[in-house]
Design a protein around this ligand. Structure first.
Ligand code: NG6
Ligand code: CA
Length: 517
């Protein structure tokens, strides 16, 4: 990557255009680089917050951001599940290039040390960088040593500080990892993790369902921790076990401490929430605060966590120096393996809004997520229907701070900075999305979902969880301009368009390098 200095940023803040042929002289007192915070909520659906149409739950802090920032209506995670979405956000490459899929809790680090990443690019530009919260991109290389030095991890790919929930709340190990170590581990009680056979003598959900606080499906019925059975088995580490109800306070405290320690800036904080993923066990002070049971209460908790960050920026007097992006890693799901009554209590609320599908799905709601850009004094409030993808954060933020990327860096990322900052309604013309077992592509409002391979098997739990996956052995083509709910498959009527979009998909898959916008 090549540093261009702060010319672009300066021009932007000064409200003038940038002409690469005529560089302006750097100002005597160069403006400081803005802080950047990405609040990354887990499984939050398009309409799961008030400003996007939620019913039965109030989200005043998130609505404040939406009212005073840009509320995007056509913004997307790169995938309909967590690991590939996170991979794309942090590397500017689609997840399939690294075979990213929902990882087990003992999986190796998916991002290779030395591979370009968003935090590494920002760090090189002078940012202090941190990740706080859910990781789910793997740790270690081969057999991760939970009792020793856990590496490589975030610190080896561009973060200065990491405080992690290593995989997901529903997967072992159920401990925090800070930088290279498990927090609070007693060396006399070492941790063993297994995704195959039972280890240790902690009860499991299968053997001792009477010990459970929440009934779980068979996949989530292994080791019981904090009264909840998880995916995978874990022995030892008793003193290090997390208490799910403490997540909001623990993660918020770590995020606020990082912000305070780096208030002189510039800093980059990837604040990755556990909420509203399963198991949904909000802190008692949020229980019963929505009309939707634990899933709605987790949204209230998400709102509180978001508000704490915004309040701190105000208190430190750095809100105007901070670009905050609020978004989600994939669409909504009600039943994701625990019987927390999300289905029964959803009432009038439709987490997917006007779109079809949800988490895992090739339909729009799989990855079209609430997305708000808030930067008081710089970004004008309003709505935007520009098409943007989280894979674009890398190139866009590089453009913001005047870093020119190598051609082999962040190959799928496009500079949509003007759209993100509200000075243009035009984002991407072509949008690519990964979902379980398939890819889809949008050109303008024409959306194509490629057919499933004839021999493809869907996971059995797809059928038990009422997932509207959007997969078919036939090609699907929808015109979102007249059919936002993807009901009317036009593929048979428009074989030419199908062929064009299929060819485009294949060219994305083949491409190793692409011209930047
Ligand atoms: C699935 C889990 C689901 C959730 C998901 C990951 C089963 C049956 N389902 O495999 O509960 O953990 O993985 O979610 O095991 S994500 O948001 O991190 O992608
Ligand atoms: Ca997720």
């Amino acid at each position: 990557m090549i540093r261009l200095g702060f010319l672009v940023l300066f021009a932007l803040l000064a409200g003038c255009g940038t002409d690469p042929d005529e560089p302006t002289a750097p100002p005597a007192d160069q403006p400081r680089l803005p802080n950047i915070i990405v609040i990354y909520v887990d499984d939050l659906g398009y309409a799961d917050v008030g400003s996007y149409g939620a019913v039965g739950v109030e989200t005043p802090s998130i609505d404040f951001l939406a009212d005073n920032g840009i509320r995007f209506t056509d913004a997307h995670a790169a995938a309909a599940t967590c690991t590939p979405s996170r991979y794309a956000l942090l590397t500017g490459e689609y997840g399939f290039r690294s075979r990213a899929r929902v990882l087990a809790g003992d999986a190796s680090l998916l991002i290779r040390p030395g591979q370009p990443t968003l935090p590494a690019m920002l760090r090189e530009a002078g940012y202090a960088t941190a990740v706080v919260g859910k990781w789910h991109l793997g740790l270690g290389d081969g057999d991760v040593d939970w009792n020793g030095t856990i590496e490589p991890g975030p610190l080896e790919i561009g973060f200065d500080y990491a405080f992690l929930l290593p995989a997901t709340g529903d997967r072992v190990p159920t401990v925090y990892v800070e930088n290279h170590s498990v927090v609070g581990l007693d060396p006399a009680d070492p941790i063993t993790v297994s995704y195959g056979r039972k280890v240790g003598d902690r009860p499991t959900g299968t053997e001792n369902p009477e010990l459970l606080r929440v009934t779980a499906n068979p996949q989530h019925s292994a080791t019981i921790v904090n009264g909840v059975s998880r995916i995978g088995y874990m022995a030892g580490g008793e003193s290090a076990l997390w208490i799910d109800e403490e997540f909001p306070d623990v993660f918020t405290e770590k995020a606020l401490a990082f912000i305070r320690d780096n208030k002189e800036g510039p800093f980059f904080l990837f604040h990755s929430f556990h909420d509203i993923h399963v198991p949904r066990l909000p802190h008692p002070r949020f229980q019963g605060k929505s009309r939707m049971g634990p899933r709605g209460d987790a949204i209230v908790q998400t709102d509180w966590m978001t508000g704490e960050i915004v309040r701190e920026l105000e208190a430190l007097g750095i809100a105007d120096d901070t670009l905050l992006i609020f978004t989600s890693d994939n669409g909504p799901v009600l039943d994701d393996g625990y019987d927390d009554r999300a289905v029964e209590l959803v009432g009038e609320h439709n987490p997917s809004g006007p779109f079809r599908g949800g988490k895992y799905s090739a339909f729009e709601a799989g990855a079209r997520v609430p997305t708000i850009v808030y930067w008081p004094g710089t970004v004008p409030p309003g709505d935007s229907d520009a098409v943007v993808s989280q894979v674009d954060f890398y190139a866009s933020l590089a453009a913001l701070i005047g870093v020119e990327l190598d051609t082999a860096e962040a190959i799928d990322s496009r500079n949509v900075l003007d759209a993100l900052l509200g000075s243009s309604d035009t984002g991407r013309h072509v949008l690519f999305k990964e979902s379980m077992r398939t890819f889809s592509i949008r050109r303008g409002n024409l959306k194509y979902i490629e057919p499933l391979a004839a021999d493809a098997n869907l996971p059995r739990w797809f059928h038990t969880k009422n997932i509207e996956h959007g997969l078919s052995k036939e090609p699907q083509l929808y015109d979102l301009s007249v059919d936002i709910g993807e009901q009317n498959n036009l593929a048979a009527e428009r074989p030419g368009v199908v062929a064009e979009l299929q060819a485009m998909l294949e060219s994305i898959e083949d491409r190793t390098e692409r011209e930047r916008k």
